[in-house]
Design a protein around this ligand. Sequence first.
Ligand SMILES: [Ca+2]
Ligand SMILES: [Ca+2]
Length: 462
Amino acid sequence: MPPCTGAEPLESHRPRVIVTTDGEEDDRCSMVRFLLTANDFEVEAIINSSSQFHWVGGKGWNVFHPASWVKDYIGFYSEVYNNLRLHDPNYPTPDYLLSNWKVGNISASGEDEIRTEGAEWIVKILLDDSDSRPIWVQAWGGCNTIARALKIIQEDHPSRMKEVAAKLRLFLIWEQDDSYQKYIRPNWEHVNIPTIISDQFDCMAYIWRKVLPNATKTYFEADWMKTHILTGKGPLCAAYEHKEWAFNAEGDTPAFLHAIPNGLRSVESPGWGGWGGRYVKTRNNVWMDPDPIEGWKHADGQRSIHNSWSKKLENASDPKMQAIRTQYFKPIWRWLDAVQNDFAARADWCVKDYASANHPPIVILKNTPLDLEAERGKEITLDASASSDPDRDRLTFRWWHYAEAGTYSGGELPESNAPKATITIPKDAQPGDEIHMVCEVKDVGSPPLTRYQRVVIHVKDH
Ligand SMILES: [Ca+2]
Ligand SMILES: [Ca+2]
């Protein structure tokens, strides 16, 4: 059993999540990773939904994978569940997951009229006033089942819309149908629901080989995937659909990686960045990708495959555009070596005992508040020396300045490889500036695992 350190995230710190999925082949790959990550979340629901790509009755590419695939995958999970529990008792029981699996609106693209069991289930969760914690509702497919749920609340409980909006967080992988624009936007957007509409997710989808840097691609190639995920890791990983052993696609994975409690605190603002990417506010409380080229404007209507910047950049042949493309996806790929190693460790947890597998370091700060105020020109000490590893692995440290996440415009501050770093707040920083420092702690286990702690420095005047 894992040693009790007292520093593990408490159960109540696990983000509540609802997944809606259109069951495309890459959703099924994302589901393998999601189930292996289920110890880090409170999985409130997994709901089948349609999309503009897949619906019941769709033909050819548009065919709808039978909704029961979710049940099948929970079945694979049940076969490795006892072993996963050796590594973290927070893994939910297969029965619990099964009881939270419902079928939502799947009869057509964008269909948000039928009161489906899935939509009603989302309503039940959102209206549960015994729990006011945020809930991350993810659209791996269309927004239609989410739209139907919100419509039920508006129709039946209009006085509770604000209360629901206050705990709702949306993460959309594009808008994969017109229901966000037709219903959610006019009826709910003004209530200020934090909403991410991602395009940069695409670097984890089918085009990864075209757009990821070479060093990152290693973690997606056949050699790596076959060894670390696909063979000898039990029935759940064996169900992972590959492309001649290489990674195929997991376009929807950033939707849940955004909420994973890894110390990056990305759920505190879509602009802070983390494993699910980094976003900028475009209107109301809606966040989209930072523009790759000055002057490119976010479409005012549906953000979809048809106006995707990823798709516009995908086949760039000009080296300058290729460099822009690499930068565009950096908010996600900068973490992908850690993300893939995290996946590999979880795959090991399906089959290995505790002592034979690796577990992530626990980053602990000493005399270092997560948010602190500092004057310009002042030296401050950031101390992660109390960090530990459940396997007693040696740890390496890297304190670095995540410049894009903050507002200080004078460039990157020097990084430090010591557990205890001293930094000087630049004299040219403006009062009110935010400087984001990330402590990245990596163990020497196999695979090497990384966890973080972000410290946000608020610059003040003398
Ligand atoms: Ca999908
Ligand atoms: Ca370890």
